[in-house]
Write a protein that binds this ligand. Sequence first.
Ligand code: MF3
Ligand code: CO
Length: 290
Amino acid sequence: MNKLGRNDPCWCGSGKKYKHCHCRFDDMLQDFENHGSLVPSRDLIKNEAQIQKIKESAKINIAVLDYVAEHIHAGVTTQEIDQWVYDETVRMGGIPAPLNYEGFPKSVCTSIDDVVCHGIPSPDEVLQDGDIINVDCSTILDGYFSDSSRMFCIGEVSPEKKRLVEIARQSLEVGLKEVKPWKHLGDMGQAIHDFVRENGYSVVQEIGGHGIGLEFHEDPWVSYVSQKGTEMLMVPGMIFTIEPMINMGGPDVFVDEDDNWTVFTADGSPSAQWEIQVLVTEDGYEVIAY
Ligand code: MF3
Ligand code: CO
């Protein structure tokens, strides 16, 4: 796979000699591949300079979600949230990644109650007391991508829905414990799935997380219903999202036939999702956006 000399510059773009950079890494990766692991291609491994740029992008994403957190309340429309996201992102020098992405018409996804994800902000949609809403922000800064989402409880929310929101949040912690270099993404997927089922909820199968950084959606596709020891190997320099969609009822979903975006639970039960962007490090992980 590589014919690099030990004194040649490393393929990762660090500028370091190969022998001082990804030489040992390549040997380990090859070993895992020989033993049947699905391994990441080189374009999924970010170098230090790229990681810094992606973190700058993520700072904007976090600040935009902080702004939403401060201003969201019953009576605002999801269109107003879209406007806040657009204005704040652009004010800080970024571009909202969803805008015009594969025809998505707005700057943010807003998903209330039985909307699982990809809800389209609308001036006709007013936040009501008791709603739970996911606000999913993604930012491009100088061509580098970040992506994270949070849940908000509007006014007095039922204990049942509050618990759903809390379990969805906790599932990220459960997943993060499994993020370690030279382990498999399925370790995380199974841990999240087991935890959610123990708590009486289901995990959406069809929609998952993704690699991210130089593109909005890169490989790997990340499942949260996968099995320990399967799926792609996690290695230092990989960046992906953890964003399981948790349903109070069954796991089945459908896409709105009119807008081709909005995803609903099939049984009409509420759904919750938090999303973080995670870097695999030499000894574990770093959360880049939350
Ligand atoms: N933030 C969503 C994700 O996690 C983006 C969906 S694509 C969009 O991948 F166009 F709807 F924004
Ligand atoms: Co995402």
